[in-house]
Design a binder for this molecule. Structure first.
Ligand code: LMR
Length: 397
C-alpha cells in the first residue's frame, strides 16, 4: 500500500520555521510563522493563561470526554466575547456553534457544513490568502475560486475589483471567505465603510460570508476587529464563522477554536448545531478540552479577564510600535510607499513588494526570514533590530 505514495513537500510555513531555527547567526530576524513574540524573541504563555491553568489543575476532577461540540462554557463565553451578549442573533438563539481543533478545525467544519448542504457551492477566497485555506476547505470536496483583493502595486485593497469580480462570477449560494481582521498575509483590511458595503453586496447577491477571525484583538481592539463580522451578521441571513484562540490567547499548540453559524431561526440553529456535532464526530470525534477550559475560565472570571485584556492590549501596542519603527526606518531611506502601507496595515502581517529572489537574498545574505510571498510577521522583529531589518530590505530592493 505505502509504496504507491508520493513524497510530499513540507508545508512552506513549517519549513521556514525550521530553517530560521537552524540558523546560528545571533542577529537573525525571524519574521516567518504567525506567532506573536515579545522583544526577547520568546512566545510566552500569557499571564492569565498561567493563572487559569494553576486554578484549573487543582479544580479539574476528571479527564472523561466532554462532547462532540466541546465545552459549553467555552462556546458561550466566546460567543459573548465576539458578538456581545446583546447581539440580536445571539439573544434570539440563532447562532449554532461548536468548539473546534484550532481555527483550522473551525474552517474545516465550516467547509464540511457547506458540503453537507448538498448544494455544491463554490467557495471564494481572496488573492492572496492564508496558504492553508485552499487545502483545508478544498479537501472537504468544495471547489475553490479566487477573487482579487490585494494590489501589490498600491499595497492596498482592490475593493471595487473585488466586488466587480464577485458580482460577475459568483453564483447565488456561493460562500465568500473574508478575513475578519488582520488579513493574512497582507495586513490590508476592509475599512468599516467597506464592510458596510460588503455586507449589503453579499446580501443582495445571495452570497454567504465565511469569516475567518484568527487574529481578533491584535488589530485595533476586540470591538473594532469584530466589526465586519457583526455587520455581515446583521445584514446577511446566514453567516459562517471560524474563530481562533491561537493568537489572542497565545494557546497555539493547545488547538482552541470555535466554528459558528448565524442562521435564520432558533430551529435552524439547532439543526446546524447537530450537524457540527455529527461532522466533528466523523472527522476527529471530539476537540481537545484543556485550552478551551482555560479560555472559559479566563472569560468567566472578571479578575482573570482583566489580566488577559491588559496583556492583549500590551501585545497589540507592541505590534503597532514595531510597525511605526519599521515605517520610520524605511521612510528615512526613501521607501515612502512601503513605509505608508506598513502603518496603514493591521495585525502581525504585511506583505512587502519583494520578489522570491529578493526574499531568498534576505535569507542567505542577512539571516532575515519571511515567506516567499514577502509576508513578514512584524512581531518577530524587536526594538533593536529594526534599523538592520530596514537596511537589509533596502539592500535587496
Ligand atoms: C501562519 O499563517 O503563519 C499561521 O497561521 C501558522 C500556520 O499554521 O500557518
Amino acid at each position: 500500500m505505502f509504496e504507491s505514495l508520493e513524497e510530499r513537500p513540507t508545508d512552506a510555513i513549517m519549513a521556514l520555521m525550521a530553517l530560521a531555527k537552524a540558523d546560528t547567526n545571533p542577529n537573525k530576524i525571524d519574521l516567518g510563522v504567525g506567532v506573536y513574540k515579545s522583544d526577547d524573541g520568546a512566545t510566552p504563555i500569557m499571564r492569565a493563561v498561567k493563572q487559569a491553568e494553576g486554578l484549573y489543575l487543582t479544580e479539574e476532577a476528571t479527564k472523561s470526554y466532554v462532547s462532540t461540540i466541546g465545552n459549553a462554557d467555552f462556546r458561550k463565553t466566546m460567543l459573548d466575547l465576539i458578538f456581545g451578549a446583546d447581539y440580536p442573533a445571539l439573544r434570539e438563539d440563532r447562532i449554532a456553534s461548536a468548539q473546534s481543533t484550532g481555527g483550522s478545525g473551525a474552517l474545516r467544519l465550516g467547509a464540511e457544513l457547506i458540503k453537507s448542504s448538498g448544494k455544491e457551492p463554490s467557495v471564494w477566497v481572496p488573492t492572496p490568502t492564508w496558504a492553508n485555506h485552499e487545502p483545508l476547505i478544498g479537501s472537504a470536496g468544495l471547489q475553490i475560486k479566487s477573487y482579487p483583493y490585494y494590489n501589490r502595486e498600491t499595497l492596498g485593497v482592490d475593493f471595487e475589483d473585488m466586488l466587480d469580480h464577485l458580482r460577475q462570477n459568483a453564483k447565488p449560494g456561493d460562500a465568500v471567505v473574508l478575513h475578519g481582521c488582520c488579513h493574512n498575509p497582507t495586513g490590508a483590511d476592509l475599512s468599516p465603510d467597506q464592510w458596510d458595503r460588503t455586507a449589503e453586496f453579499l446580501r443582495d447577491n445571495q452570497l454567504v460570508p465565511f469569516i475567518d477571525l484568527a487574529y481578533f484583538g491584535l488589530g485595533h481592539g476586540l470591538t473594532e476587529d469584530t466589526y465586519g463580522l457583526r455587520k455581515v451578521g446583521e445584514t446577511c441571513p446566514e453567516v459562517l464563522l471560524a474563530a481562533s484562540c491561537s493568537k489572542n490567547f497565545a494557546l497555539y499548540k493547545e488547538r482552541v477554536g470555535l466554528v459558528a453559524a448565524i442562521t435564520t431561526s432558533a430551529d435552524q440553529a439547532r439543526v446546524v448545531q447537530g450537524q457540527f456535532g455529527a461532522l466533528q464526530r466523523r472527522l476527529t470525534s471530539m476537540p481537545p478540552d484543556h485550552g478551551a477550559a482555560l479560555v472559559a475560565r479566563i472569560l468567566d472570571d472578571a479578575a482573570l479577564r482583566d489580566v488577559w485584556l491588559e496583556e492583549l492590549t500590551e501585545m497589540r501596542g507592541r505590534i503597532k510600535d514595531l510597525r511605526k519603527d519599521l515605517s520610520d526606518a524605511l521612510r528615512v531611506q526613501g521607501a515612502e510607499a512601503m513605509a505608508a502601507a506598513i502603518i496603514d496595515q493591521n495585525g502581525m502581517f504585511s506583505t512587502l513588494p519583494l520578489s522570491v529572489e529578493q526574499v531568498h537574498r534576505l535569507r542567505s545574505e542577512h539571516s532575515v526570514y519571511m515567506t516567499n510571498s514577502g509576508r513578514i510577521n512584524i512581531a518577530g522583529a524587536n526594538s533593536t533590530n529594526i534599523p538592520a531589518l530596514a537596511d537589509a530590505i533596502l539592500k535587496v530592493l
